[in-house]
Design a protein around this ligand. Structure first.
Ligand code: SMG
Ligand code: MG
Length: 374
């Protein structure tokens, strides 16, 4: 058990190596929010833990955004973590009465869990039940101005060794780009698409045209709240339906499975309230014969380390959006993750991730704030 003695928020800005365009925005930099906790344990030792908040700077991917998370952590979450009996496993219950705000909760729980694991000298991989020491690396390729540029980008990633390609699609950039990429890479390279909620059920006949390309899955074609409509679309398509934005909890995962809205689930710990809830979703999906894979939110090395360990659980049967650090960043804030023979190594050191390098942290930081503990 531990008592929180200090909580510090770090706002960072990291330029992207190239713009990343999805159906909802163009990103040229990542504004990251890190949570640093100092936790005092029963034996008197004080240990630092790090969490990464995956929220974007605006409510475009999710209702939450980085500054809303900072406010929620300070005003509503931290007051519930007072006392000397804090454990990572009880953070979720303590925060339960605060509705939603899952990315904020996830970041705080992650920092507490990191401190707890460091104190215990245990890796997150071992704690979570990882069964492999490296995970296959997929890459998410943004929307490009032309199909030619997209093909160049895809060729480059394949040359680096990525074992699965995910294409971002939107109305007007879907059938033809996917056809061209499938022709380029051949039938054997796993290919999938992600619409980030850009279509409606009226587009079903159009989306059905994707069936001819032998895709692994189509990710979140419809709105975040359209669970029933995803089930209806799934019945009209041969391509397996995968949900991302719609799955914000274990309950939502159970509903999606029961409704036939998801044959596959993209698990992102931040979206579902933390790594412990992510593991629960993995367990539910596995018990139901539903494949899962680990999504990405352009994490720094802190969050990337956690994702690599999560993806080493046995139900993660599809390659995740866990690419090398240099897919997004010229310089990371930790030792970079590298792709080796199409795989990313699962960290085995105590805690969830390496602590950020102090010089890199200082170089990327745009703001810092020590939160009152009350
Ligand atoms: O981290 O490799 C990554 C990004 C993967 O495409 C990716 N994420 O909807 O799955 C998704 C998107 C959301 C991120 S846009 C900020
Ligand atoms: Mg997605």
């Amino acid at each position: 058990m531990m008592q929180l003695r200090g909580v510090r928020l770090h706002w960072l800005k990291l330029p992207l190596v190239r713009p990343f365009t999805t159906s909802f925005k163009v990103q040229t930099e990542r504004e990251a929010l890190l949570v640093e906790v100092a936790a005092e344990f029963d034996d008197g030792r004080t240990v630092t833990g790090w969490g990464e908040c995956v929220a974007l700077p605006d409510p475009s991917y999710s209702p939450e955004y980085a500054d809303s998370c900072a406010v929620v952590i300070e005003r509503f979450l931290l007051p519930r973590l007072r006392g000397d009996d804090v454990t990572a496993e009880t953070v979720g219950h303590r925060l339960h009465r605060v509705k939603g705000n899952r990315m904020a909760k996830a970041a705080l729980e992650m920092a507490v869990l990191d401190a707890q694991l460091r104190h215990a000298g245990r890796s997150f991989a071992s704690y979570a039940g990882a069964v492999v020491d490296r995970v296959p690396s997929g890459v998410s390729v943004g929307i490009h101005d032309s199909v030619g540029e997209l093909l160049d980008a895809v060729s480059g990633y394949l040359a680096e060794g990525y074992v699965r390609i995910k294409l971002k699609i939107q109305p007007g950039f879907d059938i033809e780009p996917v056809r061209a990429v499938r022709k380029l890479i051949g039938d054997d390279v796993p290919l999938q698409v992600d619409a980030n909620a850009a279509y409606t059920l009226v587009d079903a006949p159009h989306l059905r045209r994707l069936d001819e390309f032998g895709l692994l899955l189509i990710e979140q074609p419809l709105g975040d709240e359209d669970m029933r409509q995803h089930a209806a679309l799934a019945r009209q398509m041969a391509t397996p339906m995968c949900l991302d934005e719609s799955i914000d909890s274990a309950e939502a995962a159970a509903d999606a499975i029961a409704l036939g809205a998801a044959a596959v689930i993209n698990i992102k710990a931040g979206r579902v309230g933390g790594y412990l809830e992510a593991i629960r979703i993995h367990d539910i999906a596995r018990a139901n014969g539903i494949a899962v894979w680990c999504g990405g939110m352009l994490e720094t090395g802190v969050g990337r380390a956690a994702n690599a360990a999560l993806a080493a659980l046995p139900g993660f049967t599809l390659p995740g959006d866990i690419s090398a650090s240099d897919r997004f960043y010229r310089e990371d804030i930790t030792e970079p993750f590298v792709i080796d023979d199409g795989h990313i190594a699962v960290p085995q050191t105590p805690g969830i991730s390496a602590a950020p390098d102090p010089d890199r942290l200082a170089a990327c930081r745009v703001a810092v704030r020590d939160l009152p503990l009350g």
